[in-house]
Design a protein around this ligand. Structure first.
Ligand SMILES: Cc1ncc(COP(=O)(O)O)c(C=O)c1O
Length: 381
């Protein structure tokens, strides 16, 4: 058996180039990653200072944080999750590896939407699982549907849901999510739900899969809503039937996330006012981009219901999104992500803008991009 080949995350290459340009003195607007520029909540940082001065920081698993997460599921979604079903991890990324490795055997077929987060496809391959990509276009709002899952023959072993999704920000309706649960139950398909963008919705509350399917696995993180990406803290919720499988893997492969982050994360849970202020800024940035993108000649975009991305069709300007985004960066200092990262088949005519930057920086990016896109448009006439 050969070691699986996995693709690079092209936005990482672009970001490295952007940082090199910054080191050479160029002013860069970073819109390539979904990375809040706001930093951790103030009270969480204060708690971290206190812990640094007073705690030996050994291996540690925060019982209060697990209890707080369990309370969050009850209060926000009305879902009962026991603390022993919750596993603290260094972000959603290892939580995802843990989920897949605990629930599936090598060769299992896992369905997912295309476009989708680059790591889904690549992590599946790295774990000797087989991605079954379902093309989802504007007609499907770039999301999986119960009908698409029902049509898979043979049925896959698992499915990855992401709502709000990356790169599109689209959110599954409650009815569609419930229909997906029904189809998956009927066909014996295990659900893994990536809920990392929960809290970042512009169209009202988002449903957790745990409201409909207690057998699902859920990954989540402090990287997005909580604005703590570099603190590397996240969690997995596993159903009771998988607790033993997860426990043994955690003990052997991951151990515990940084204790400093766990202390800070617990405090962050109760910094709602500050965090909701960030969401108001993202909403403003989203509205600004929606209003101004037509000035760039960009009209065909996925509806950004949540998260902090706009996935845009730039097929009228290029059929090589990687070269296009690289040129945009070199000429203007605005870093974005090529669609190729999210969709190896059609992504060459899409790009993703992250609006997790400050409004000032977004306005600066627009100032630079408007004339550049006008020239790019003329070059293809
Ligand atoms: C959809 C999605 N899932 C998971 C992750 C990984 O996040 P973390 O920083 O928690 O590992 C990201 C990061 O951008 C993401 O967009």
């Amino acid at each position: 058996m050969t070691v699986p080949r996995i693709d690079p995350f092209h936005a990482v290459g672009l970001s490295t180039l952007a940082h090199q340009m910054a080191a050479e003195g160029r002013d860069i607007v970073h819109m390539e990653f979904g990375q809040p520029s706001t930093g951790a909540p103030k009270a969480a940082i204060a708690e971290a200072h206190r812990i640094l001065d007073s705690d030996g920081m050994g291996y540690w698993e925060s019982t209060p944080l697990k209890a707080r997460i369990a309370r969050h599921y009850l209060e926000t979604y009305g879902a009962t999750v026991l603390p022993e079903q919750i596993w603290l991890t260094c972000g959603a990324s290892p939580a995802f590896v843990l989920a897949l490795n605990s629930a599936f055997t090598p060769g299992a077929r896992i369905a997912l939407a295309r476009p989708g987060y680059v790591a889904y496809r690549n992590t599946l391959r790295a774990l000797y699982l087989e991605p079954v990509e379902i093309p989802c276009g504007p007609a499907e709002r770039f999301q999986l549907s119960a009908a698409a899952i029902a049509a898979l023959d043979p049925p896959p072993d698992g499915v990855i849901l992401a709502s709000p999704a990356n790169p599109t920000g689209t959110i599954l309706s409650d009815a569609e999510m419930q229909a997906i649960v029904t189809v998956c139950r009927d066909r014996g398909i295990r659900i893994v739900s990536d809920e990392i963008y929960h809290g970042l919705s512009y169209i009202g509350p988002v449903r957790s899969i745990l409201q409909d399917e207690p057998e699902a696995l859920v990954v989540n993180s402090f990287s997005k809503y909580f604005s703590m990406a570099g603190w590397r803290l996240g969690w997995l919720v596993a159903p009771p039937s998988l607790i033993e499988a997860v426990r043994t893997r955690v003990g052997n492969m991951f151990l515990t996330p940084p204790s400093l982050s766990q202390h800070a994360g617990l405090v962050a849970f109760d910094c709602r006012e500050e965090l909701e202020g960030h969401v108001r800024m993202y909403r403003h940035n989203r509205d600004l981009l929606l209003e101004r993108l037509p000035e760039l000649g960009i009209e065909r975009i996925a509806p950004p219901d949540g998260a902090f991305y706009i996935y845009a069709d730039i097929g009228h300007l290029t059929n090589d999104s990687l070269a296009f985004c690289t040129r945009l960066l070199a000429d203007t200092g605005v870093a974005t992500a090529p669609g190729l990262d999210f969709d190896p088949v059609e992504g060459n005519r899409f790009m993703r803008f992250s609006f997790a930057v400050s409004t000032d920086r977004l306005e600066e990016a627009l100032r630079r991009m408007v004339p550049w896109f006008a020239r790019a448009g003329r070059a293809t006439d």
